[in-house]
Design a protein around this ligand. Sequence first.
Ligand code: ANZ
Ligand code: ZN
Length: 829
Amino acid sequence: MNTFDTADSDETYDPQAVIDKWLAVWDELGTFAVDRRADERDRQRRYVVSMFSYPSGDLHMGHAEVFSISDAMARFARMRGYDTLFPVGWDSFGLPAENAALARGLDPRGWTYANIATQADSFRRLGISFDWSTRLHTSDPEYYRWNQWLFLRLYERGLAYRDDALVNWCPRDRTVLANEQVVGGRCERCGTEVVKRALTQWFFKITDYAQRLLNDMVQLEPGWPAEILTMQRNWIGRSEGAHIDFTVQGRDEPVRIFTTRPDTLFGATFFVIAFDAPLAARLCAPECRDAFDAYVRQVSAGTDIERLATDRAKTGVFLGRYAINPATGEPIPIYAADYVLATYGTGAVMAVPAHDQRDLDFARALGIPVRTVIDTGAADPARTGVAADGAGIMVSSGRFTGLSSDEARAAIVADLTERGIGGSAVTYRLRDWLLSRQRYWGTPIPVIHCGECGEVPVPEDQLPVRLPDSGYELRPADGSAPLASAHDWVRVSCPRCGAAARRDTDTMDTFVDSSWYFLRYPNPHFTEGPFDPAEIARWLPVDDYIGGREHATGHLLYARFLTKALHDLGLLPFTEPMTRLTNQGQVLMDGKAMSKSLGNLVDLQSQIRQYGPDAVRVTMIFAGPPEDDVDWADVSPHGAVRWLARIWRLAVDIGSASSAPEPSAASAALRRDVHAVVAGTTALMERKRLNVAIAQLMQLTNLLSKAVDSGPGPADPVVREGVEALVRMSSCFAPFTAEESWERLGHRPSVSDAGWPTADPALLERDFTTCIVQIDGKLRDRLRVPTGIDETALRALALASATVVDALAGRPMTKVIVRAPRLVNVVTK
Ligand code: ANZ
Ligand code: ZN
């Protein structure tokens, strides 16, 4: 189906044919270019940003969804008179380009920029109202030089550093893999089992900001989904508790543990160190070495998540040493085990089997005594195998016996503090951001390694450190990064002493690029710094940020961290980058994420060819709230095509009718309805309820079609007013159809410049009133109802209200008193 048939005229509307026409008009008028001269301080501004796209091919259905949503929001803001900036860019460094290059012998640069060109064209043909003057690509030296500049600023502050890390290593490809490249413990490329290897890596010290990332969430609560904040809170994982230093028999150095339950100290009957913490190997007694080494080989492969799983059999190995429980003075055996993580807390725990399930499982497996020190009312854990992990009254705990466990917690920490062997402590689960990659297609780390001077930052006037164009060997050899084989590029003289030195051959994680691109958009060619302070003052923070919730604990946390770091460097006046966040759902097919391997991919371009860009956009948005998944098997682009055809037909009918000077008597009610829809749609758009807004516009289309066919007729000015409002509002979702219709109605382009219709409050007031719904005299709901509503309809409406249904919870009603239009009282007793 390529054309809309407009039933009673012989005019058809071809959604493909009009694309080029309107793209040219928009370009010529500069419809979506932000007015860069506008400088009045009190101008209202909106900065709407979609998470930028990764150029791995042409746009897909997921892009169509997120950009349809964000475009509707940007168009709405623009039509309401805001100076609106809606930028476009590409996250164009990254692995898929490099993998495609490896697989096909292509240059990642050529592959990337060809995809960008394809996507740019597709964005235009989808009618997305970007301001193209903002266009940026993170793989341009003009952009990535500022990644390097920012890196150096963080380095100066001690926020970028180099350290050993256990990384994913593919023994076959002989390369480090990012976590995303490890699928089910195997290398994504060759399927070989991945092992952990200690390598020197670059980090950003995001852990310094853990507490501020938590505290500043109050700024985000009004505009961010609670779900995302919860995910970030859990990811940061703040735990309050205590540090306790245990002495180890025969050693001077105490071993520090972190516990959230200092109240259980008297029940610590053994001690566990993560098998992969360097301390475990250091403490291991010589006669236990063989057993320890065998154990390490046996458990090395597990992921952190597997290691922490409570339903897993606990294993461990005795290290031949004893720690002293500082409360009881008893020696307790030290084990190495995999259920303790090297990277959390101090990598060591005091194990309290009576009150911690994992410790109990371990103790039962190894026959270690279980000692209850808190009476929680639960049965004896040694017998039941279920740890008593709650609060209660202290038992067998010396002078703390008889206290509540909460009191004991404070008292024991005070005692340890006084003895100088402990104190209260806070621990975070968050780890520093490992940002180096042994990859070609990314931003080179701007550091030079000199035998004399060590790490030397590349001087600012030598930025950017450009990626070598050629002469590199893409396939990494012997664990060295691809850049290491670009010998001429690697060899430099030390900027400090002039001796022969080597460039760092790592590149940056692409999440560095994406953690600040929204700061550069307003002036993407700025040469004095990463972003233009004047434009920052004008546009930032981002008013509306739209993208997937899979970025909750990665990108969105990194962007928040970097914003705070830049604030502390005096470069940004605010501490949170985005005021409002919308997470669109996924586009599914038959209940499953689309993928090549499942064979359920829907091709965006073929949908656009079949239904036109507007119908695809409308279908995406009408399918449900932006946050919900869209199953393409359940939607009907045909329905959208039909709706758009009806709008077009209304425009044709009204456009060709000679207009009557006076509204007919019959159109007064219609006018009130039109204004009610305008008011309703405006409120829905503001609250991002875009699907319901479309439903309202569809209803308005029905009303107006009826008015044309069997009511006041196409010549009536009220009908025209209604159709014009409909066309203007629908342009947020169906811009091509709206432009075409607007022209049909006799107006000059663009409909985007026509403004959003406003509802006349006088017309709204007269028609609607608030009805109070009570249950047994208690207020339960307020309904907006037409003033003229009759008692039966009002009664039905009130009893259908979700809050009323909830409050009644199935209780029988004895009486329903209705005083239309203002009161309904339900009596239940
Ligand atoms: C003794 C104890 C007794 C504990 C008790 C709990 C209950 P969250 O809340 O997640 O912070 N722990 C400490 N470091 C660990 C590590 N590196 N790997 C695995 N577990 C570790 O958990 C803190 C608790 O987890 C700590 O408190 C410690 O066990 C354990 F009845 O200490 B507890
Ligand atoms: Zn030097």
